[in-house]
Structures are given as structure tokens and as C-alpha cells.
Design a protein around this ligand. Structure first.
Ligand SMILES: *Cc1c(COP(=O)(O)O)cnc(C)c1O
Length: 269
């Protein structure tokens, strides 16, 4: 049987709930207390639409984070005056021009990037990334300790940042070790610190520091297996709606789909 003619099957719609988004920012704010929020809006705000999301929360967050320079440029052009962190940093001299022009805050992920940015007009906005165990980006603990010991061009506004590798695994010992390592590098320095993304801010209070960087939680999704956003007071921001295109009748024992993962326990429907 095919669904009736009153449904328009070409209309698949993603509904974006701005009230839910604002609720999630407020919930995150309650959880992190005095820590500032850099809202992660990379990948078109996780598919929710950069423009709408930016306009909706520009006055309730403290900054934004994106992955790439081109995303930062697009975001600045929307009119925000908040700090925009570019998480993968500056990849070329061409990008440096854009970073300066649009007053972006590049995350310096290695000593080469630090050198490139040190002499630029955005040197005050540079964020230093240190690798405390994810093994993806960032200078080593030794390099970071050395840099902070001789803070030549580091300003009070400078942020030092790291990223947790196992924060979504509540049983893992790694997160505690990463927090301890981050503390040992930074605790004598007055510069600002940022470690937690969604899982860190929801489950590891010691990871909050000066700035948290929520992505997935902002959109109402839990980063933990077996827990939902609702378990943390988060509301889903996106709802996908479509039309039923086909209703089938299948006998007991027939399977459905690739690999036959679902078996009809009776004649259905
Ligand atoms: C993507 C990203 C985030 C946000 O992560 P969520 O798990 O979605 O909260 C934070 N920090 C960095 C460095 C990221 O790359």
C-alpha cells in the first residue's frame, strides 16, 4: 500500500528549534558556572545552519569556534564581534592575511605556526595548542612548558588549549591524567586555559578552566553512549520530518533490510 495523496513526499524538512538552542546554552552556563563559552559552530554549525545559529546565540555566548579559516571569515561577515577561534589554525601565509583582516584567533598547533603568527598583527589573539594525549594537534608538553617559562610575546589575553581524547568514557583513567598534565603545564601561568568540549564539561568538572568549547551538547545531543541529551537537561535542536512513503504487510518470520537484522515477530502490521 502506498501512503495517501495528501502527503508531499518530496518535502523532507529539518526544523531548527531556536528556543531549544537557547535552553541548551543556559543549561551549559549553569553547569560551567564562571567559565566562558566558546560555541563550536564548525561544519555549518553541525549542519544546523551557521547564520541562524550565530544570530540566535551571539548575545548569550562568549565566543565561537570553527575548524577552518574560511569558516571564520564567513562567521565574521555575519556581523559577530565575539572572538572567533580557528581550531585547526593557520595553514599558509595566504590564510594569515584573512586571519588578520577578519580578526580571527588562530589556534597554533605546532612551533612552525607559532613562529608564523608571532610576528603578525594578531599575535595577541593567538591560542596555543598543547597535546596532552589526543595525539592529533598541538605542541608537546616540554615545548609548552618552555614557551610558558619565557612568555616573551604571550599576553594575558592569550589562551592555552588542549583537547581530551576519552572524555566520553566515564570509566577511563586517561581524562584524569590529561587534566593533571594540563594543570602541570599551565598552573603557574596567568594566561587563560581551555580543555573541555561537550563530554568534558558535562562529566568532568575539573576540566572546565576559563573557557569550555561545547559542540554537540549545544545542539542537544549527548556525547555518551547510553545517555540522551535529556539526561543532562538538553533539548534536541534539529527535528527531521518526512512523509511515510510505503506501508508493507509482512508475514511472521520475514526479515527486513540489509543483513536481515530485524525479524517480524508476527504478521505485521
Ligand atoms: C569539535 C571540537 C570541539 C567540540 O566538540 P564536541 O564534542 O562536539 O563538543 C571542541 N574542541 C575542539 C578542538 C574540537 O575540534
Amino acid at each position: 500500500m502506498t501512503a495517501g495523496g495528501n502527503s508531499d513526499i518530496s518535502r523532507v524538512r529539518a526544523h531548527i528549534d531556536i528556543r531549544a538552542l537557547k535552553n541548551n546554552v543556559a543549561t551549559i552556563r549553569r553547569i560551567v558556572g564562571k567559565s566562558k563559552i566558546s560555541a563550536v559552530v564548525k561544519a555549518d554549525a553541525y549542519g544546523h545552519g551557521l547564520e541562524n545559529i550565530c544570530h540566535a546565540i551571539d548575545d548569550v555566548v562568549d565566543g565561537f569556534s570553527v575548524a577552518r579559516v574560511c569558516e571564520g571569515v564567513a562567521l565574521r561577515r555575519l556581523g559577530t564581534s565575539l572572538p572567533i577561534w580557528v581550531l585547526s589554525g593557520c595553514m599558509s601565509v595566504d590564510e594569515l592575511g584573512e586571519i588578520e583582516r577578519y580578526e580571527l584567533s588562530p589556534v597554533a598547533c605546532d612551533l612552525h605556526q607559532i613562529d608564523l603568527l608571532r610576528d603578525s598583527s594578531v599575535s595577541e589573539k593567538v591560542i596555543i595548542k598543547v597535546d596532552t594525549g589526543l595525539g592529533r594537534f598541538g605542541i608537546s608538553t616540554t615545548e609548552a612548558t618552555e614557551l610558558l617559562r619565557h612568555p616573551r610575546w604571550l599576553k594575558e589575553a592569550t589562551v592555552i588549549l588542549s583537547h581530551l581524547s576519552d572524555a566520553d568514557n566515564l570509566a577511563s583513567k586517561k581524562t584524569k591524567a590529561q587534566i593533571a598534565e594540563f594543570n602541570s603545564i599551565t598552573n603557574k601561568s596567568p594566561i587563560q586555559k581551555s580543555l573541555a568540549a561537550s563530554a568534558g564539561l558535562l562529566a568532568w568538572p575539573n576540566s572546565h578552566f576559563d573557557w569550555v568549547r561545547p559542540g554537540i551538547a549545544l545542539y542537544g545531543v549527548s556525547p555518551f553512549l547510553g545517555k540522551t541529551g535529556a539526561d543532562f537537561g538538553l533539548d534536541p535542536v534539529m527535528t527531521l520530518k518526512s512523509a511515510v512513503v510505503s506501508i508493507r504487510t509482512l508475514a511472521k518470520g520475514r526479515s527486513i533490510g540489509y543483513g536481515g537484522e530485524w525479524i517480524c515477530p508476527e504478521r505485521m502490521p
